[in-house]
Design a protein around this ligand. Structure first.
Ligand code: GDP
Length: 353
């Protein structure tokens, strides 16, 4: 699943949000393992199309795409204090596709702000500095090893040069992602697992009565408003109660779901669907993925043995009342290995085993 690391200053509401994430409530009901690792929470990506497909197919279950949130709060703290980090913890961070910073907007005077005032832009800068420092540390740890290996292997010389260039760039207070790099260098830089190489999104933890208000952008990006307190309350409710509560607030989705959707967009992802009696399910691919790549998301065997894809566009599928109707109307297409997936395609893969 798509995975996102959560960071933020102390007292901004990360734990509150995380508790909401790892409680069952109405969220991600299909994931019994979601609560085993206290550092990981899973949220469904809401997609109304799944319900339209389900009306036609009447499946036993609906499986939406999911986003996994990983609490990496300890990372920033650890980097600062030079503490060693556990292997599992490091693995969690490496696997994250993006970083989400929780920024305090709620005013509550009873909750102390670490710097004594609520100032989102300045808080975001503080955290960015921490992420940059963590990356410098990551790189500096790898340099001695690279120096040794580069004596034997020329290719590693380039990697070493890149590491040094990145260190200098980060030392000027820049994000790694902003360094001008060739496609090859960028791929190489990814092997360092730097935090500031990852796309960044901001969550504004606002007061409940400020949920509808427009927010000042952070680093040029509009933050996604969430009220951690509301999310915590939602996570305690049964799904139908949660829906009612949201409706009272004038919202359709929980803040966590909205966040999951935003992350999906930020990362240039899209969905395709499989629809059968057992389940209607959304699968995640990057925009521009080919049919075999999409098949590989279900199973690597599907990709390896890919023959063709039977594709019906989402609109055709719904308009024509499902596969039979689409087939009769000539709207079921046979697509080969060069086909580029379109968001919402309803697909059957044919493959050799
Ligand atoms: P963390 O240090 O970032 O993990 O922050 P916590 O989740 O522990 O929250 C710090 C304090 O702020 C706690 O007392 C929370 O109850 C409170 N808090 C968190 N979110 C909200 C919110 O949306 N509104 C208000 N009023 N208080 C909040």
């Amino acid at each position: 699943a798509l995975s996102i690391g959560i960071v933020g200053l102390p007292n901004v509401g990360k734990s509150t949000l995380f508790t909401a994430l790892t409680k069952k409530g109405g969220l991600a009901a299909n994931y019994p393992f979601a609560t085993i690792d206290p550092n990981v929470g899973i949220v469904d990506v809401p997609d109304a199309r799944l319900h339209e497909l389900a009306k036609i197919v009447q499946p036993k279950r609906i499986l939406p795409a999911t986003v996994e949130f990983v609490d990496i709060a300890g990372l920033v703290k650890g980097a600062n204090e030079g503490e060693g980090l556990g292997n599992q913890f490091l693995a969690n961070i490496r696997e994250t596709d993006a970083i989400c910073e929780v920024v305090r907007y709620f005013k509550d005077p009873d909750v102390v702000h670490v710097d004594g005032r609520v100032d989102p832009a300045s808080d975001a800068e503080t955290i960015m500095t921490e992420l940059v420092l963590a990356d410098i540390q990551t790189l500096e740890k790898q340099v001695p090893k690279l120096e040794k290996e580069a004596r034997r292997d020329r290719a590693l010389g380039n990697k070493l040069d890149l590491a040094r260039r990145l260190i200098a760039w980060l030392n000027e207070g820049n994000r790694a992602a902003a360094l001008e790099m060739s496609a090859e260098e960028r791929a190489c830089a990814r092997e360092f697992f730097l935090l500031t190489m990852k796309p960044m999104l901001y969550v504004a933890n606002v007061d409940e009565d400020a949920l509808g208000e427009e927010l000042t952008p952070i680093a040029g990006v509009p933050p996604i408003p969430i009220c951690a307190k509301v999310e915590a309350e939602l996570s305690e409710l049964e799904p139908h109660e949660a829906a009612e509560y949201l409706a009272d607030l004038g919202l359709e989705h929980s803040g966590l779901e909205t966040l999951a959707q935003a992350a999906y967009r930020l990362l240039g992802l899209q969905s395709y669907f499989t629809a059968g009696e057992q389940e209607v399910r959304a699968w995640t691919v990057r925009q521009g993925a080919t049919a075999p790549e999409a098949a590989g998301v279900i199973h690597t065997d599907f990709q390896r043995g890919f023959i063709k894809a039977e594709v019906i566009s989402y609109d055709d599928y719904v308009e024509l009342g499902g596969e039979q109707g689409a087939r009769a109307a000539g709207k079921l297409r046979m697509e080969g290995k060069d086909y580029v997936m379109v968001d919402g395609d309803v697909v059957h893969f044919r493959f050799n085993v």
